[in-house]
Design a protein around this ligand. Structure first.
Ligand SMILES: Nc1ncnc2c1ncn2[C@@H]1O[C@H](COP(=O)(O)OP(=O)(O)OP(=O)(O)O)[C@@H](O)[C@H]1O
Ligand SMILES: [Mg+2]
Length: 227
């Protein structure tokens, strides 16, 4: 199989049959050997991290597909830590969509003059560009259209899908007594009609979750969700 891209935590292969294969690695992002899901460099390797991330991704993508929301998911091979997906064209050079239910992280760092840390937010959607050199800058729908990255109509579809997907994830987590504070998704254009679909992964490192006042770190979150 031809390797298309070697990412920080996953490698992307062309299966040659019209689909791609994502290989989930045990590498996790972090700084100075400390696991940090928000970091832009690979910090360390944790045995089993790839498989655990894939298991949770499979769990959520099946639920989202069942709800009739388009995704790239075809199937998963847990033993080999691989997932077969439909190839997507990303927006521009790739972007991330963040959905926020609580004012924490970079939201609170930016807007702390106007809110308290942990305040409830009403399913607030933000988009950032995947650009490590520029620290993944925030971008508005106007700039996205002006720069030829996506139209305002596509933005509306994307924001609407994001809120629907977030509800599904949030409800599943609530069943395990976990509260979802925020979550990050990726989208792309899939198929001949280039419809907008959820791509990439939904693992512990893509979200912030709490049980009461206790922050639940990604690997523990995966254990709880899959138990
Ligand atoms: N269906 C798909 N078609 C094409 N590319 C995809 C698809 N699903 C995911 N990708 C891309 O595959 C890559 C996976 O690599 P990885 O998750 O390691 O991330 P990365 O790009 O190195 O960095 P980041 O930390 O910003 O996610 C990402 O660039 C992601 O956008
Ligand atoms: Mg990634």
């Amino acid at each position: 199989m031809d390797v298309i891209y070697r990412g920080k935590t996953k490698d992307v292969y062309d299966k040659g049959d019209g689909n791609y294969l994502l290989k989930f690695k045990d590498d996790v992002t972090g700084t100075d050997g400390v696991f940090d899901p928000g970091a832009n460099t690979v910090g360390l390797s944790i045995e089993g991290a790839g498989k655990a991330g894939l298991k949770l991704t499979k769990f959520f993508f099946e639920k989202i597909n069942d709800a009739g929301i388009p995704t790239h998911f075809v199937d998963a091979d847990i033993e080999n830590a691989t997932m077969t997906v439909k190839p997507a064209e990303v927006f521009g050079k790739g972007l991330e969509v963040i959905l926020r239910y609580r004012a924490v992280g970079s939201f609170f760092r930016r807007y702390g003059k106007y809110c308290n840390e942990g305040d409830k937010l009403d399913s607030y959607v933000e988009v950032t560009l995947k650009d490590d050199e520029r620290n993944d800058p925030l971008i508005t729908d106007e700039a996205l259209e002006m720069l030829g990255i996506m139209s305002k109509e596509e933005y509306k579809v994307l924001a609407d899908l994001t809120r629907k997907i977030g509800e599904i994830v949030k409800e599943e987590m609530a069943k395990k007594d976990l509260e979802l504070y925020d979550i990050k998704f990726e989208f792309g254009r899939v198929g001949e009609d280039r419809h907008i679909a959820l791509i990439d992964e939904i693992s512990g490192g893509n979200m912030r979750a709490y049980r009461g006042d206790e922050y639940i770190e990604p690997l523990k979150l995966e254990q709880i969700m899959l138990a």
